[in-house]
Design a protein around this ligand. Structure first.
Ligand SMILES: Cc1cc2nc3c(=O)[nH]c(=O)nc-3n(C[C@H](O)[C@H](O)[C@H](O)COP(=O)(O)OP(=O)(O)OC[C@H]3O[C@@H](n4cnc5c(N)ncnc54)[C@H](O)[C@@H]3O)c2cc1C
Length: 383
């Protein structure tokens, strides 16, 4: 399929592919095995300016948008979705600042994020608040010219590795969903520490940790936007970031498809390559169609967002749901095509299947996102 990429898009895609093949491929099994944060690769991505692909040029970025970001995430995920999410969360941790931050805040943080000097992360999830983010308990109470933060966030990607955290906390417990606000919290702020590092099924090259706030005082100027805007900003953030998870899923599925085709051409059974069996060919055909359909939806959603559209909740949810379900189907079938070897850790296929599962869970489970799609369809009076 021809997607008519412009020069910047072709360049960032090629740069990401080169890093994926030259730097990530040789170490991906080791990163997965050791569950290590890929600092060396993050440095390589910083050296090529790809960390700032979505940041405007005036803050030191490449000036791209959601689409360019998706192209990079897809290429990295084709080789390792764990590295890709460590990269992608840098944007998740920056989008709220980019869209709602004050000029001084943007000048203070964005150039460092663009250059890779400081990594960003985003934290809303808590033990009691997963799909139901309105159940958060972390508080940020005005005190001594700042906000005193108390509580804990769980499952935070890049937790402990990132330097700048956008967190959502309650500034007014009584107001529920309208009482939440967004804050920038820097690593090393007194009262801010890191708890348990999770042991995961997949995306093991990424780090998922608990954040702990115990009387952590952040200056008043670290609030993003106004008090009470936290949830609205978080929902908007996810609308913007979900195509990135779709791109992660597309890259994963593409990598699995390529590996399956390669294997099916080489594996001989009953005197012929297994690709010549119709049953295998049909699986590959379904996989190829899934990948292309998911890619088309993710790209057109990203382009819609970059065009300045006001409401893209439904498109964004559809792109994430469709692509992640497709990635799960494609990686599962890829394991099937590899037969017994697909189940062995000597081959990358089982890792791709493990990695794919998370795309159906984070940034809104696919059940929650189907609720979003249903509610948007109702608003449009489709039913
Ligand atoms: C590896 C990893 C990385 C993550 N990174 C981050 C991060 O960087 N920052 C961050 O803030 N969070 C992060 N998360 C949290 C993630 O977004 C949540 O795990 C996710 O939103 C689901 O919440 P939950 O795990 O509490 O599941 P629950 O909300 O408890 O859901 C359990 C099940 O119930 C279903 N369910 C719940 N409510 C409904 C409903 N109303 N209708 C239908 N079904 C429903 C769900 O779909 C799911 O199947 C991460 C999670 C993981 C696993």
């Amino acid at each position: 399929m021809e997607y008519f990429l412009n020069d910047l898009q072709k360049t960032v895609k090629q740069m990401a592919r080169t890093i994926a093949e030259e730097k990530i491929l040789p170490v991906r099994a080791e990163l997965d095995e050791k569950e290590e944060f890929p600092w060396t690769i993050i440095k390589d991505l910083a050296d090529t300016d790809l960390l700032g692909v979505f940041i405007p040029e005036e803050y030191g970025g490449l000036g791209g948008g959601c689409f360019e970001l998706c192209l990079v995430i897809e290429e990295l995920s084709r080789v390792c979705a764990g590295v890709a999410v460590s990269y992608a969360v840098n944007s998740l941790g920056s989008f709220t600042l980019l869209e709602y931050g004050r000029q001084e805040q943007k000048r203070k943080y964005l150039p460092d994020i663009a250059s890779g000097k400081r990594l960003a992360a985003f934290a809303i999830t808590e033990e009691t608040a997963g799909s139901d983010v309105s159940a958060i308990k972390t508080t940020a109470i005005r005190k001594d010219g700042g906000y005193l933060i108390n509580g804990a966030k769980q499952f935070i990607t890049n937790g402990g590795e990132a330097d700048i955290y956008t967190i959502i906390a309650l500034t007014d417990k009584e107001r529920g969903i309208r009482g939440a606000s967004a804050f920038l919290v820097e690593k090393n702020t007194p009262g801010f520490s890191f708890g348990r590092k999770e042991k995961k099924l997949g995306i093991r090259a990424s780090v998922t940790r608990e954040l702990v706030f115990e009387d952590c005082l952040v200056p008043e100027e670290n609030i993003i936007g106004r008090e009470g805007m936290g949830f609205a900003m978080a929902l908007r953030l996810f609308d913007r970031s979900r195509p990135g998870i779709g791109a992660q899923a597309v890259g994963l599925a593409q990598g699995a498809l390529e590996a399956a085709v390669d294997y099916a051409k080489k594996r001989i059974q009953f005197g012929q390559p297994i690709v010549s069996f119709q049953a295998v060919g049909h699986m590959l055909a379904n996989m190829a169609a899934d990948v292309e359909a998911a890619r088309a939806l993710v790209y057109s959603t990203a382009r819609t967002i970059d065009s300045g559209a006001k409401n893209f909740s439904m498109e964004s949810a559809m792109a994430k749901v469709f692509a992640s379900d497709a990635a799960m189907r494609v990686t599962t079938d890829a394991v099937q095509i590899f037969g017994g070897l697909g189940y062995m850790r000597d081959y990358p296929i089982e890792k791709m299947m493990r990695d794919a599962k998370i795309t159906q869970i984070y940034e809104g489970t696919n059940q929650i996102l189907r609720n979003v799609i249903t509610s948007e369809l109702r608003k449009k009076k489709v039913f």
